[in-house]
Structure formats: C-alpha cells, structure tokens
Design a protein around this ligand. Structure first.
Ligand SMILES: [Zn+2]
Length: 110
C-alpha cells in the first residue's frame, strides 16, 4: 500500500440556525424583487411584534447544518486522484485527502 493513513468522509453536525419561511406569501423569480418583498415582510413582522396581528402565515423552521469533512484532519471534504505516480512514490489512481494526504477508504464508511 501507500504507507499513508486511511481516512473516510464523515458528516459532522457543525451549526444550527433558525429561519423564517415566507413561502406561503408572494414569490418572484427576480431576486431583487424577492429581496424587496422579504424586506417588507420583515419590516411588517417587526411591527407585528409590537401589535401581533395578521402575520399567521409565517412559519419558523430550525435547520441543522451539516458539512462533509475528512475523518482525520477535519477539514471540508476535498479529494484528488493522481494521473501518474508522484515523485515521492504515491501511486496513480488512488484517491486521497487534498488537505492531509490520507488515503480515502473506498469501502463502507463506519
Ligand atoms: Zn484529511
């Protein structure tokens, strides 16, 4: 083999965020128009906080955000495969982590 450590892609829970879903409201394919609409809805919602009326179509969602990382070095998953053997003897056709150089485990991930 290559003498390097063997890594695998792991899914890591890294963050959480709450977002308001205005999807039952008006929708435009033009991002600028949509931004204007959403800014107006946010302003309306801030006013709702003061007098809470007529905003019951708004849904709050809690999204868990995941990132694919190398199991050894913990950086975002990015790999490469050499077309030819490298000067230091790393073989062609073997997938490895671009950050730490560990060889990717091609079998089932744990
Ligand atoms: Zn790595």
């Amino acid at each position: 083999m290559t003498g390097r450590e063997v890594c695998y892609k792991k899914k890591v829970f890294v963050d959480v965020r709450v977002e308001a879903d205005f999807s039952s409201g008006w929708y435009s394919r033009n991002p600028s128009e949509q931004a204007e609409y959403l800014k107006r809805r946010c302003k309306d919602f801030n006013e709702f906080i003061r007098d809470h009326r007529s905003q019951d179509d708004i849904t709050l969602n809690c999204d868990e955000i995941y990132e694919e990382q190398c199991s050894i070095c913990g950086t975002e998953w990015e790999t490469d495969i050499l077309q030819e053997e490298s000067d230091d003897g790393f073989p062609a056709g073997v997938e490895f982590c671009l950050q730490c150089g560990a060889v990717v485990n091609t079998e089932e991930t744990p």
